[in-house]
Structure formats: structure tokens, C-alpha cells
Design a protein around this ligand. Structure first.
Ligand SMILES: Cc1cc2nc3c(=O)[nH]c(=O)nc-3n(C[C@H](O)[C@H](O)[C@H](O)COP(=O)(O)O)c2cc1C
Length: 200
């Protein structure tokens, strides 16, 4: 089976929940992708900032990862879907740490469950690797019980529990944003749900 590394970007904790649930279950190593600059977390502005960053093909500078990708056979990449695609931080990761010949697994979180396009895009970006399986989750941190089951089913299907690398992370300080808004709490947006939850 080989060694597994979970690499994820999470803006609001949903992908983080999925990544950590998987890591605990299979005992994998985990790396969180952290851009030096983040969009505002509150208010509607995050959708414009984040959406624009996808459309403008921004390439944020990331904090360095702790582990060498070359040590691992299986790379599990988790991200929230932004504007129908993977977020710029994931692009930066694939650019800063290029790899090929890996077994890759994708976990895409969205509020619609419509992950086909984003999974097609990341698959194209990861050409040279083998995409073994994909999992699409709908805001997993908002319905932890249900999504924990989906993640565990995905884990049991694809991984054994041979590794014991997972450690609970130290609590992270809240990052400071240099573009904080005084925003209102209107931070919900509807994305239409048009597809099945799981893409295989
Ligand atoms: C900037 C931005 C763009 C988004 N674009 C989409 C989208 O195109 N489709 C969708 O279904 N959800 C979209 N969402 C919702 C997130 O993908 C979803 O809430 C996800 O579970 C968040 O994961 P996270 O908490 O790990 O950041 C967007 C969220 C943000 C902040």
C-alpha cells in the first residue's frame, strides 16, 4: 500500500474536518496548505475575493510544507470548490511541489455537491499521476456524523491502517488578515445541487 500523505487546503474548516477524519482513520501524515494571505472570512466579500482569485488565476505564496512529497506513494488532496474549480492555493501547491507517478485521491468539498468540473480540472492538473478515487462531500463540518461515515467508507475502500503517523495538531492561532472587512454577517450563498454526492 505504501505511505500516504494527506495535503489539504481549507478556508472554513470543512475540508479540514474531512482530512483529519481520514487521517485519524488510516493513520496518515497530514499537511495543511497555508497561504500567507487569506481572503476575509466574514461577509459576502469572501466569495468575491476567492472567486476572483480563481478567475484571475492568482498563485498565492504558501508557507513551506514540513514533509517531502517524494517520501510518499499515495497523495490525498483535499480542497473546497471555489468558483467551480480548485482554489488557487492548491494550484500553488502543485506548482511549488511538482510530483508524478503517485497514486492520487481527491476529496472535494462544496456546498452544492457539484464536484465534477473541479475534479476534472484537478485531474488535468495532476496529469502524470494516477487518480485512484475521488470523494465529493457537501459542507462536511456542518453534518459531521453523516460525513464521517462517508469518509470512513472511502478510507476502508482505499486504504489499510498500516501506518500510525497521525498526530492531533497543535491548536492554530487565528491568522490575521490584512484585508479584514467590517462585514455584516450575510455570508451565505446558494450553489445549485445537480450531481451525486460521490464521483467515482
Ligand atoms: C470563494 C468561495 C467560492 C465558492 N465556490 C463554490 C462553488 O463554485 N460551488 C460550490 O458548490 N460551493 C462553493 N463554495 C462553497 C465551499 O466550496 C464549501 O462551503 C466548502 O465545504 C468549504 O470548504 P472549507 O470549509 O474547507 O473551506 C465556495 C466558497 C467560497 C469561500
Amino acid at each position: 500500500m505504501g505511505k500516504s500523505l494527506i495535503v489539504y487546503y481549507s478556508f472554513e474548516g470543512n475540508t479540514e474536518f474531512a482530512a483529519r477524519t481520514l487521517a485519524k482513520h488510516i493513520g496518515a501524515y497530514v499537511e495543511r496548505i497555508i497561504p500567507l494571505k487569506q481572503p476575509p472570512k466574514k461577509g459576502f466579500g469572501k466569495f468575491f475575493w476567492g472567486g476572483k482569485s480563481v478567475v484571475m488565476k492568482e498563485r498565492p505564496v504558501l508557507e513551506p510544507l514540513q514533509r517531502e512529497i517524494t517520501e510518499f506513494d499515495n497523495i490525498i488532496i483535499g480542497f473546497p470548490i471555489w468558483a467551480g474549480s480548485y482554489p488557487p492555493a492548491i494550484y500553488s501547491f502543485t506548482k511549488d511541489y511538482p510530483f508524478s507517478g503517485k497514486n492520487c485521491y481527491i476529496i472535494a468539498c462544496s456546498s452544492s455537491g457539484n464536484a465534477k468540473k473541479a475534479i476534472a480540472k484537478i485531474t488535468e492538473r495532476l496529469s502524470g499521476n494516477k487518480i485512484i478515487d475521488t470523494l465529493s462531500l457537501i459542507d462536511p463540518a456542518k453534518n459531521k456524523e453523516k460525513n464521517e461515515k462517508l469518509v470512513i467508507a472511502f478510507a476502508d475502500k482505499n486504504f489499510d491502517k498500516a501506518e500510525a503517523a497521525y498526530k492531533e495538531p497543535e491548536p492554530e492561532p487565528e491568522p490575521e488578515y490584512d484585508n479584514e472587512e467590517s462585514a455584516e454577517d450575510d455570508d451565505t450563498i446558494e450553489f445549485s445541487e445537480t450531481e451525486e454526492i460521490t464521483d467515482n
